[in-house]
Design a protein around this ligand. Structure first.
Ligand SMILES: Cc1cc2nc3c(=O)[nH]c(=O)nc-3n(C[C@H](O)[C@H](O)[C@H](O)COP(=O)(O)O)c2cc1C
Length: 313
């Protein structure tokens, strides 16, 4: 089986999956600004995906572009049979390099349905799900999770169970479900986690996640904890869309505006509700004189065209 995880440099960087943010258009923006080594899709609900009527919004999340490669499809749910069907379907789509299972999402509705972080409390089902995906995938299978559910002391038991599943990679958001993103990531546990990975599954790539701002911060972390293989960056991209660049520098207002124009040009359907897009403005319209005023004007625009007109004025 071809395993792209084995071909990556160390430390490799990943753009974290973020629902309603890291869609195909935004991934192309990040690829243009400065590429990470790996992309993830937003998570896809397996039961929605395999539903006989199909679900356009679920399938839309599996759209990719030639620039956002290699890309891993992230899936979530609680039914092993649906995971099995989804894995087989994703493999047939051919544009994906891997499949990742979400076992860390703290969202109330996700947890209530038995998926995401709920699986930390149901390791038997978590193992069944991993096996269902592995048995139906010719792609490498990975898991993204948190340290534990309510207490950081759970990390050892939970990560050991995951590492025993012969995963291609394991990404750990260094907080518990209960902590959400309210406390600093627990970097102090990284040496013990590396030791556990080395003793249980030395071939499984270990990826750490939480509060990493940019490539320079990831490289600094790697210098201290050389046993990790990669770092995943999520919200850092909101502060700096160029956060994956190899030599970081200040970016001009013009560069930021060009990036926003490129993002707007990628919107699939210009007649679609424009409101959800507006959260992106503050990524680009920030840290320059007049940014606040321009952002206020953009917030009242009603379409990509109107926003572009304001930017070109
Ligand atoms: C808006 C938003 C959406 C997210 N959606 C997902 C998701 O679909 N799948 C997932 O595994 N994690 C998701 N996460 C969690 C991130 O991937 C990441 O683990 C978390 O933000 C911590 O990393 P950071 O400190 O670099 O942001 C999401 C986070 C945010 C802020």
């Amino acid at each position: 089986m071809k395993n792209f995880w084995n071909e990556l440099p160390k430390p490799f960087l990943i753009l974290a999956p973020m629902e309603d943010v890291t869609n195909a258009a935004f991934r192309q923006v990040v690829a243009r600004a400065a590429r990470p080594e790996v992309f993830f899709t937003e998570f896809i609900n397996v039961s929605g995906f395999v539903h006989p009527l199909g679900n356009a919004s679920v399938s839309r999340r599996l759209q990719t572009a030639p620039t956002d490669t290699p890309i891993v499809a992230q899936i979530w749910g609680s039914k092993p049979a649906d995971f099995a069907l989804t894995a087989a379907k994703i493999c047939r789509m051919e544009q994906f390099a891997g499949i990742d299972i979400n076992m860390g999402c703290p969202d109330k509705s996700v947890v209530k349905s038995g998926g995401g972080a709920a699986l930390i409390q149901n390791p038997k089902l978590a193992v069944e799900i991993i096996q269902a995906v592995k048995n139906n995938s010719k792609l490498p299978v990975s898991v993204k999770t948190r340290l534990g559910y309510s207490s950081i002391d759970e990390w050892q038991t939970w990560q050991k169970i995951l590492l025993e599943q012969d995963l291609a990679a394991l990404s750990i958001h260094l907080r518990t479900k209960k902590e959400m993103s309210k406390v600093p990531a627990h970097y102090q546990l990284i040496p013990d986690i590396i030791q556990l990975r080395d003793s249980v599954a030395p071939h499984t790539k270990l990826i750490v996640n939480g509060d990493i701002a940019d490539r320079a911060a990831a490289e600094k972390l790697y210098k201290v904890f050389t046993g990790i293989d990669g770092c995943m960056i999520g919200r850092g991209v909101f502060q700096n869309p160029f956060c994956f660049e190899k030599i970081s520098r200040q970016h001009s207002e013009t560069e930021l505006l060009e990036l926003l124009k490129f993002h707007l040009s990628l919107l699939e359907n210009p007649n679609q509700n424009f409101e959800p897009f507006k959260k992106f403005f503050k990524i680009y319209i920030n840290n320059f004189i007049g940014a606040k005023e321009l952002r206020a004007k953009l917030m009242s625009s009603q379409s990509p065209d109107q926003a572009l007109q304001l930017l070109n004025f």
